[in-house]
Design a binder for this molecule. Structure first.
Ligand SMILES: Nc1ncnc2c1ncn2[C@@H]1O[C@H](COP(=O)(O)OP(=O)(O)O)[C@@H](O)[C@H]1O
Ligand SMILES: [Mg+2]
Ligand SMILES: [Zn+2]
Length: 479
């Protein structure tokens, strides 16, 4: 309260009034007497927005997994925090699992729909101990938090219930899920609440197929009036009417596209390196060996084959027989802008070459890059050869798990899964990717992909200068 002193009398009076209003306001119940029939709008006894029917837990008792798979801003996190608060009365050991420590804190606990916000709306006290990753409700029930970056930490502890926020975006979800399910054995009927926008990943597809899973779907539009206008406008204009929008706004799990060169099973994420990437430090090798080559590939907007105004920029690396897609720097750029970005990534990853698709004139692309850096080693490629002919062997490498994605390259992955060669031109990010991997594969005399699988993992690392560290195989734990 002493802090009020710093304000002028008028502000002080306003703040005091606001505090008083908050104290006087009756607690706001989330679940109302109309139950699942309710549209969540104010009505008698509940003169504020509250749970819509679609935010109620599934009826009945014969489910283990409640999967709320819905668009961004639907109110997934909110339905979960409210459910945890309610269930803590009878289920005092709840596991809360977030993508990263940051998500636990900033979204699940301290966010606008976090545990703190719902306790305050309910006028209940709580205790949040970030150092213990432990949240205690007024009734003494607790949520113990874990991050999906450390699946092993879920091994051992037992819980009555669990809540995973955005698991479709957790790189290590398979390990997280196995460990969690193993530890869910307190009480008689363990339950798991999964709140997420979907991704077309294997784990997600298997989850919704379980016969003890109840799937609740919903769209962003259902909750529009509770969203900040800028947020709503932003995501709606960005995604509405697009295929990605079906996922991001409507929560649909996008099925594999018939005729597409890639399907979701082919895309493997290099889990081991996720954390390092999050630390903002590029990783530099694999399996104890430094990258032999790193290439930044670019398909500039405005080339003869460009289908959109985006420039595809993809960084790829190679260790032995393994290729990595390291970063996607694609976007809308001015000619100057994309060249700057390419050079930035070239330096960041200590790359040895830039591979660029030529435009009509050919020289514009190269000179554009040289404007940024005179000495840039550039290989120009044409797209005269059919895109499909170039892309097919790359898809073949994916099938053999020889190309791994570092982290979630969601837009690139979506373009891969969507592109049907017979139906339309290849997307920019895919083009850049194909150019990059083709260059790497060619340099190791693997242009003929069908070559027998010799074990070429024995050569010694030849790390280019500036790449002093490389990571051992296995997960790197950040303290
Ligand atoms: N039924 C509701 N009544 C009032 N506000 C709601 C309701 N559902 C969600 N909200 C609010 O809408 C915003 C977005 O909800 P959130 O749970 O964060 O969405 P999501 O996790 O689906 O992206 C939050 O401010 C949340 O408190
Ligand atoms: Mg959320
Ligand atoms: Zn109601």
């Amino acid at each position: 309260m002493g802090q009020l002193e710093q304000f002028d009398p008028k502000t002080r009076a306003e703040l005091a009034g606001e505090l008083q209003r908050r104290v006087d306001e009756p607690p706001q119940a989330w679940y109302c007497n109309r139950r699942r029939e309710c549209d969540g709008r104010p009505h008698e006894g509940y003169n504020y927005n509250h749970a819509r029917g679609s935010q109620w837990p599934p009826e009945g008792l014969d489910w283990v997994v409640w999967a709320a798979i819905a668009g961004r801003g639907f109110g997934k996190t909110r339905l979960a925090t409210e459910w945890c608060r309610k269930m803590s009365e009878t289920h005092p050991r709840i596991a809360g699992i977030g993508r990263r420590g940051f998500d636990v804190r900033a979204t699940m606990v301290e966010g606008q729909s976090g545990l703190i916000a719902v306790c305050e709306a309910a006028k209940q006290t709580y205790l949040w101990e970030p150092s213990k990753r432990e949240f205690t409700f007024q009734n003494g029930g607790k949520v113990h938090f874990y991050t999906a970056e450390e699946p092993d930490s879920l091994r051992g502890p037992q819980h009555h219930l669990a809540w995973l926020d955005e698991p479709a975006h957790m790189p290590l979800i398979d390990d997280v899920w196995d460990n969690l399910m193993f530890g869910l054995r307190l009480g008689t009927r363990p339950r798991v609440l999964v709140t997420t926008t979907p991704t077309p990943r294997k784990w997600m597809k298997e989850l919704v197929k379980r016969d003890d899973t109840i799937v609740i779907r919903g769209s962003t539009f259902e909750n529009l009036e509770n969203l900040a206008k800028t947020f709503a406008d932003n995501i709606v204009s960005r995604y509405d009417g697009t295929r990605l929008g079906r996922q991001e706004l409507y929560g649909e799990i996008i099925e594999d596209v018939e005729g597409a060169l890639w399907d979701s099973d082919m895309i493997t994420n290099a889990h081991d390196f996720e954390e390092t990437k999050l630390e903002g430090m590029p990783f530099t090798g694999y399996d104890g060996r430094a990258f032999e080559r790193v290439v930044v590939a670019v398909d500039p907007a405005g080339t003869s084959t460009a289908r959109s105004d985006e420039t595809g920029i993809i960084v790829v690396g190679k260790v032995g027989r393994q290729f990595f897609v390291l970063e996607d720097g694609s976007g809308k750029y001015s000619p100057d802008g994309w060249a700057k970005r390419v050079v930035m990534l070239y330096r960041k990853w200590s790359a040895d070459r830039v591979v660029a698709e030529k435009n009509y004139g050919g020289e514009m692309v190269a000179s554009n890059l040289r404007n940024q850096d005179d000495n840039l080693p550039i290989t120009l490629v044409t797209s005269r050869r059919g895109k499909l002919i170039r892309a097919e062997p790359i898809a073949g490498l994916y099938e053999q798990s020889r190309i791994l994605h570092v982290g979630h390259l969601e837009t690139l992955e979506m373009q891969e899964l969507e592109w049907v060669p017979d139906e339309g031109p290849s997307p920019d990010r895919v083009d850049a990717l194909v150019h990059g991997i083709t260059d790497l594969a060619g340099s190791s005399r693997e242009a003929s992909i069908a070559s027998p699988r010799g074990n070429s993992f024995t050569s010694s690392p030849v790390g280019p200068m500036g790449r002093g560290i490389y990571l051992p195989q296995g997960r790197i734990h950040t303290p």
